[in-house]
Design a protein around this ligand. Structure first.
Ligand code: HEM
Length: 470
């Protein structure tokens, strides 16, 4: 049926079986090139024998986020990185995986985990030593990974730094193995795919060892794994759920945080505002003495509770949203699993896959004047209120039926890390040669639905500082 539909929109050439080959070679580059080529119009291409239509502009936005399009089916097919990790069906009964995941990060859980998570950060950054330079996309990312593990795995992993590192390596291989070819040749044993299979197996083994040990010792723990065991999930389901939650929690938060530090570096006035805000936040608690470790600051912050952190760092919120607007340049994905719909005169048949490019909203000058400038003020409550009249204008945290369930968690994780790093160290981002960053580095767009790292390496250069007001 899909082949019968004659589309009245620009359509990329495609070949029987694989569809449009360029999509598999460089998905991000291909979509960006098509966006130029189609001159603001809808366009289509094929992934194997499936039609993909990329909706555009405001009419596209309204259709994409309001109609009952299927979220999981879209990503499962079109986002090669997630194909093998996503649950094949919804979690159990009528509980969606997003709803189920939301349970693990509800307010009481976050509040309870807050002191532990702050200590997790301080333990890791205390190993950085007095001064040095480190790759933020590895080391700041590791902090996000360690925090996400608290929310998705078990105490046995989180309390053992070697397990944190082992899980990070497994996760890297899971992601690296999900190359675009896995969509066309799911059986083809490329080294990356074999790596991913083995990584999946290792994750399964690590989890199964913990589950067996708890059973043998009759031991229960207060952690996400225990909830999954108590719910009666099989080991395969538990492994998939943990991998999925880590993907959702880590992929964006880690890299967004690194980009936030980069944007602040290139915009020193904002960096100063954030730094002052953090000093004020810490000083409201008590006078803090110079310490060789950030652990005492972590304790003070923990005692203030999550709401103090959230309420007293509004500049960080502005900067995070503006960073997201500028770097979240991929496409959203869906599938029309219901009746045919019409968008801008084009029939979107049942079964068609759909994409929506974030840039159509994030870089529209009528929504965001001078859209390529970093202006965190755009996120003041008044400016946000004004934009509300235009309908959905920001996709950084999703929109419509699938807004990000982890937004609060992600913000809190990023804030905890920035506050502790800035409280403990004088820190700047420099280029590979240790020179100050004068302009924004380019992003390495190797994945479609992911905030990607920089193309050239950057470094986080730090020096421990006497704590307190400068
Ligand atoms: C900076 C970090 C993050 C960003 C930028 C982000 C962004 C997004 C976006 C844009 C969506 C919507 C996708 C779509 O409609 O196609 C989404 C959905 C989702 N996010 Fe996040 N996210 C972040 C962190 C997290 C964290 C930490 C978690 C969990 C701990 C999480 C869990 C989810 C889940 C479960 C969904 C699916 C919601 C649904 O199906 O209704 N995210 N996120």
């Amino acid at each position: 049926r899909k082949h019968d539909v004659k589309l009245n929109i620009p359509t990329k050439r495609s070949f029987w079986y694989i569809g449009t080959p360029e999509f598999f070679v460089d998905p991000f580059g291909f979509i960006m090139e098509c966006i130029e080529w189609s001159k603001g119009e809808l366009f289509s291409f094929r992934v194997m024998n499936n039609t993909v239509i990329v909706l555009r502009g405001i009419p596209g936005r309204d259709a994409f986020f309001s109609k009952g399009l299927d979220f999981m089916a879209g990503y499962r097919m079109l986002n090669p990185q997630l194909v093998d990790v996503m649950p094949v069906s919804e979690i159990k009964g009528d509980e969606s995986w997003a709803g189920f995941m939301a349970n693990f990060i509800r307010s009481e859980v976050l509040e309870r985990m807050y002191p532990t998570m702050l200590q997790d950060i301080s333990k890791i950054i205390d190993t950085w030593g007095h001064s040095g330079a480190t790759d933020p996309f590895k080391n700041v990312y590791e902090l996000v990974f360690a925090l996400s593990m608290r929310l998705a795995t078990c105490n046995e992993f989180c309390d053992d730094p070697t397990k944190v590192k082992a899980l990070m390596r497994i996760f890297d291989r899971l992601e690296a193995g999900s190359t675009p070819t896995s969509v066309i040749l799911p059986w083809f044993p490329t080294p990356a795919r074999i790596g991913r299979l083995l990584a999946g197996g290792e994750l399964y083994k690590m989890i199964s060892d913990v589950v067996q040990a708890r059973k043998k010792e009759g031991r229960r723990e207060d952690d996400p794994l225990q909830v999954l065991i108590d719910k009666g999930f099989t080991l395969v389901e538990i492994t998939r759920f943990i991998a999925m939650t880590l993907f959702a929690a880590v992929t964006n938060s880690g890299n967004v945080l690194c980009w936030l530090l980069i944007y602040l570096e290139v915009h020193p006035a904002w960096k100063n505002r954030v730094r002052t805000e953090i000093q004020d936040f810490l000083e409201t608690s008590s006078s803090i003495q110079s310490q060789p470790s950030v652990a005492p600051i972590a304790n003070i912050i923990a005692n203030m509770g999550t709401e103090a952190m959230e309420a007293q760092t509004p500049n960080l919120d502005l900067c995070i949203n503006e960073t997201l607007r500028m770097i979240f340049t991929g496409t959203f994905m869906r599938r029309n699993v219901a009746e045919d719909i019409f968008v801008s005169g084009t029939r979107i048949a049942h079964g068609t896959f759909l994409m929506y490019p974030t840039a159509d909203l994030h870089f529209d000058p009528s929504i965001y004047p001078s859209p390529h400038s970093f202006r965190p003020d755009r996120w003041s409550p008044e400016a946000v209120e004004d934009r509300k009249k235009m309908g959905i204008t920001f996709l950084g945290w999703g929109a419509g039926r699938h807004v990000c369930v982890g937004k609060r968690t992600a913000l809190l994780m990023m804030k905890m890390i920035v506050v502790l790093v800035m409280a403990g160290f004088e820190a700047d981002i420099v280029d590979e040669r240790g020179q100050m960053l004068k302009e924004l580095p380019a992003a390495k767009h190797d994945m479609l639905f992911k905030v990607c790292p920089t193309k050239d390496n950057v470094l986080l250069r730090y020096r421990r500082k006497p704590i307190g007001r400068d």
